[in-house]
Design a protein around this ligand. Structure first.
Ligand SMILES: [Zn+2]
Length: 350
């Protein structure tokens, strides 16, 4: 494992702060590709959301999730491995190349991968620990394999204790129509004027000084909340949600919003919210989930508008969860997730 250099001021690893940028419009994007948004979110939230969806909808969601995440990760790696630095990585021996990719994943808090065996163009065997979501990571690994080996692939995973054993094999079967339907949609972003306190060393939000990187374990922990955080791409999740609705019906968006609401109510502490629009705005923007531009809160009603909301269903669920935590009341909600990336939500006490 390569030794990581850190920002001398805030301690964030160089591989992390060189890759991403937090913006005043409530988004996070990759420095070298502003079209690639990032999403800094609680690992347990992502894992639980997909476990809940799997429980409700069955194994039928697996192929949709894996294919959507595969496409996003494939795009990311094609872009990453195309520049001069990328060509240098491609020139490495296979084993070194996969080890470098594993180190990157660790820096982003998606888990620690260990290369077990690799045979060029045939298979790769990997052991994973602290993997942020086994299902989502299956998609990541196939996308990475597609980009490095240049061939289609299939993946199998066996979970044993605290480890997941992934086997990725070259496989020429095509995902065909499903793959076409899962195209990434890049929305234009509306400008914003959020003002983060930034680290004078690396320019990332000073909030990140509360986070500790354990590169050997592949986890980032927010020391204040004690929750682990992962940096992933939201577009794969959007594509998953769109396709689940298309295949399984119009109740799906509500199921996703409810799952997210429940997660927030069960996980966040009311003291984290601060009961003010400014603090809620910070909680969303810190996660790269958008810019809270309107917020009205009464005893039984909350109305909010979030620009650049992504993933919009998770933003809606998060706001509904905040309402329940603040008012200590059950709720119902109506929302409109516009094609321009603006989410309007109205939450009432039930
Ligand atoms: Zn810094």
């Amino acid at each position: 494992m390569a030794k990581s250099k850190n920002c001398s001021y805030c301690g964030v690893p160089e591989a992390f702060h060189n890759d991403v940028q937090w913006n005043s419009d409530g988004t996070i994007h990759q420095k070298w590709n502003p079209d690639h948004r990032r999403f800094f979110y609680e690992t347990s939230g992502l894992d639980l959301l997909f476990k809940n969806l799997k429980e409700l909808l069955g194994d039928t969601i697996d192929h949709i999730v894996v294919e959507a995440v595969r496409k996003t990760t494939y795009d990311y790696f094609e872009s990453l491995l195309s520049g001069i630095k990328g060509q240098a990585i491609r020139a490495l021996p296979r084993k070194k190349m996969y080890e470098k990719v594993a180190d990157m994943g660790s820096t982003f808090g998606i888990g620690r991968l260990e290369l077990m065996d690799v045979k060029r163009h045939e298979y790769v065997k990997i052991r994973g620990r602290n993997v942020y979501s086994t299902l989502l990571h299956k998609g990541d690994l196939v996308g990475i394999y597609n980009s490095i080996e240049g061939v289609p692939a299939d993946i199998n995973v066996e979970e044993n204790g605290d480890s997941c054993f992934f086997t990725i094999t070259a496989d020429d079967k095509s995902s065909g129509d499903l793959s076409e339907r899962l195209e990434r949609i890049v929305l234009p972003r509306k400008p914003g004027n959020l003002d983060f306190k930034k680290c004078p060393g690396c320019g990332l939000p000073l909030y990140l000084t509360d986070c500790a990187w354990n590169i050997e374990e592949g986890v980032i922990t927010d020391n204040k909340t004690k929750r682990n955080m992962s940096l992933i791409g939201p577009e794969g999740l959007d594509a998953v949600f769109r396709e689940l609705e298309e295949e399984l019906g119009e109740d799906i968006p509500r199921t996703i919003v409810d799952a997210q609401r429940r997660y927030v109510v069960e996980t966040f502490k009311p003291t984290e919210l601060g009961y003010e629009a400014g603090n809620l705005s910070f909680l969303l923007a810190l996660r790269g989930m958008g810019n809270l531009v309107q917020f009205i809160l009464g005893d039984d009603l909350m109305q909010a508008v979030v620009e650049n909301a992504d993933p919009p269903l998770m933003v809606a669920g998060m706001l509904e969860g905040f309402f329940e935590l603040i008012t200590v009341k059950k709720s119902t909600s109506e929302y409109i997730a516009g094609d321009d990336g603006t989410l309007e939500i109205r939450v009432k006490s039930a």
